[in-house]
Ligand binder design. Sequence first.
Ligand code: FAD
Ligand code: NAP
Length: 313
Amino acid sequence: MILDCAIIGGGPAGLTAGLYTTRGGLENVTMFEKGMPGGQITQSSEIENYPGVTGDITGMDLMMPWPAQCQKFGLIHDMAEVRRLSKEGDIFTITKSDDTTIQAHSAIICTGSSPRRAGFKGEDEFFGRGVSTCATCDGFFYKGKEVAVVGGGDTALEEALYLAKICSKVYLIHRRDTFRAAPNTVKRVKENEKIELVLNSVPQEVYGDASGVNGIKVKNNEGDIQDIGVPGVFTFVGNDVNNQTLIQEDGTFLCDVNEQGQVIVDLSMKTSLPGLFAAGDMRIEAPKQVVSAAGDGAVAALSVISYVDELLN
Ligand code: FAD
Ligand code: NAP
């Protein structure tokens, strides 16, 4: 069997694409997801900007009903990692990490992005043993203790606020003295008595022993070193696009990407390769929001329906 459409990635973009393709009449649509459907927002402790959804909800709460809603219209979930997407003639081949393959007439790639490493000494050595990129997952281990957060974007500040509810103190380490996070979030951070700002400072080293992290050394613009004794360091320094599945055997990308590896699309989420569409955080100029990723997924799905209709009829 050849799928009408293969959707790679089950975050807000992929799940919405799954809903719109199946509800829009495509019969054989499979969504491939390597982890848990829902995407990176499931790591967020708080979401307050998804329209119509009010109250204290986590990213996990928000995403919980999405998979079942798509399955109701016939979307198949294949909980597998896709290693490569390729195309020969009019047919796409989806190669999974166990080397099995499936073919499709069209594909929507929405593999999102992953947390970047900050690049200081000890970060990799202590990753998972005191260094973390997920406050919702690991914050509880530091209940009543002091922690450090690295970064100055929305994620760092929101997660610092979340950690301040659990921990006795949060050192927010940022390399500049202004933040790129939303003004309201910056205001809440500045007003929070449990958060101490460590500005114009970059991490030099996380140190510890066999039992985990003991502290982080940071250097400020004047060259002074500050040693902050904490058992937990959370880094939120941005994300890299997950575009590995588009890389072909010869090292080239299946479609055009920009210098940051983001997939180049037009307003209908069409890539440079006919039949391939991209949606969500991995596309150029993505606003990196759940609502826009979902919007992209819907647009890509509508484009796929027209493409498949023209191809097969
Ligand atoms: P993702 O959510 O990244 O989903 C991609 C999916 O693809 C993942 O489930 C992944 O497992 C899967 N995948 C990747 N590679 C493969 C592969 N090879 N094979 C199979 N599956 C694969 N946005 C807001 O609007 N409001 C917020 O409050 C907010 N808070 C945030 C807080 C945090 C901590 C973070 C990290 C992000 C936050 N965002 C927020 C941003 C939001 O989460 C993203 O913009 C959104 O999730 C992007 O959706 P996506 O579907 O494009 O990608
Ligand atoms: P981001 O906006 O790219 O911010 C990354 C932060 O890390 C920046 O402050 C940056 O400093 C700092 N940084 C980068 N590399 C560093 C390094 N090596 N060492 C130390 N610091 C480093 O990433 P993000 O906060 O994860 O947000 C990603 C996107 O998701 C954004 O578009 C954001 O708006 C969105 N998002 C939205 C919400 C929301 O709407 N509520 C919540 C979370 C995320 P500089 O500032 O100096 O560059």
